[in-house]
Write a protein of this length. Structure first.
Length: 325
């Protein structure tokens, strides 16, 4: 039961359920640059994370800031297609009528969630065109598929999701999260870890390369990491079956793109890789730095809930200025 709380801490600033995710805080503070797509989109491969959909949940923020998970097979978002016999014009009229009823409800009760419902109906209508268009990668040239790897031709793979992430960023989606499950190698490490790396390494490098060659990397922050590290010593016998246990004391995250130094390493462990030896960075420091790189003061972006003002970093966090370019 370690993974879920650790993922929640990384994504929401708390190991307990109920807090808004980073993506929700970002879209709450910065909005979206796309009128036809949600500002916060999630793509998964290899299964659902242990922390579940709370990792992209809105918590106590208005539900308009919740991340939208796009499916890897079938329709990216369910129920976007019109039923048989329902034209686009008829659908537009239906939504217009529903929203008028909702607006009358809002004037009566002044509930902001009603405005969210109105906004989401309108967004869903626009997404009927925008989502299938951005999710269809068949127009991509062969050299792009070669860059991301053969897996990028298979929907639902990490490589395909990396390619989709670039396309979503091009369309102005503010915050995009990719998840790839299967790193919990307590055994059979010599076989399982290389397979995971093969599924992710080329596509991760390709995404950064692709953003750079399009002039997008200077305005896009790429972050790659997990919820904790693994021990530097073996778990079990030192043979083909051995694995590594969880290790939260120190682990590595890499960042590339907007505002961070190039080819730079920050922090170090002791000789055994067990504890931080210099320049420790707490989870809340990482979150404060992420927000700073996006142009947000983590201490000022707050939301009043149950009598006090909350923020992503709660009462913690310092910007790690040494990694800024």
């Amino acid at each position: 039961f370690n993974h879920g709380p650790a993922q929640l801490l990384m994504h929401t600033g708390s190991p307990r359920l109920g807090r808004p995710s980073i993506g929700s805080w970002v879209t709450y503070g910065l909005g979206s640059e796309s009128n036809d797509l949600p500002g916060f989109i999630v793509l998964t491969s290899g299964g659902t994370p242990d922390g579940g959909k709370s990792l992209w949940g809105n918590g106590f923020l208005p539900s308009i800031y919740q991340g939208v998970q796009c499916r890897s097979k079938g329709d990216p978002v369910l129920y976007l297609k019109n039923p048989k016999g329902v034209s686009q014009e008829l659908k537009k009229n239906i939504i217009g009528s529903i929203n008028q009823i909702n607006y009358n409800e809002y004037k009566k009760f002044n509930d902001p969630e009603v405005l969210t419902r109105i906004s989401q109906y309108e967004m869903a209508f626009r997404m009927q065109t925008s989502v299938p268009e951005v999710m269809d990668t068949e127009s991509e040239p062969d050299y792009i598929y070669d860059l991301y790897g053969e897996d990028s031709r298979t929907p639902g793979t990490f490589a395909a999701n990396c390619l989709l992430a670039r396309r979503l960023a091009e369309k102005g989606v503010k915050f995009i999260q990719l998840y790839h499950q299967g790193w919990d190698q307590h055994n059979n490490l010599p076989n399982r870890l290389p397979r995971q790396c093969k599924e992710t390494d080329q596509a991760s490098a390709a995404l950064i390369t692709d953003l750079k060659q399009r002039g997008m990397l200077e305005d896009t922050l790429v972050i790659w990491g997990g919820e904790f590290g693994r021990t530097s010593y073996s778990q079990g016998q030192l043979d083909e079956t051995f694995g590594r246990d969880h290790h939260p004391n120190c682990f590595t995250i890499f960042m590339a793109g907007a505002g961070v130094k190039k080819g730079f390493s920050y922090g170090a462990t002791d000789d055994f890789g067990y504890n931080v030896a210099e320049n420790p960075v707490h989870v809340h420091d990482f979150q404060a730095t992420l927000m700073h790189l996006l142009g947000v003061d983590h201490e000022r972006l707050t939301y009043k809930f149950q009598g006090r003002r909350f923020r992503l970093t709660d009462v913690h966090g310092h910007v790690v200025n040494d990694i800024l370019s």
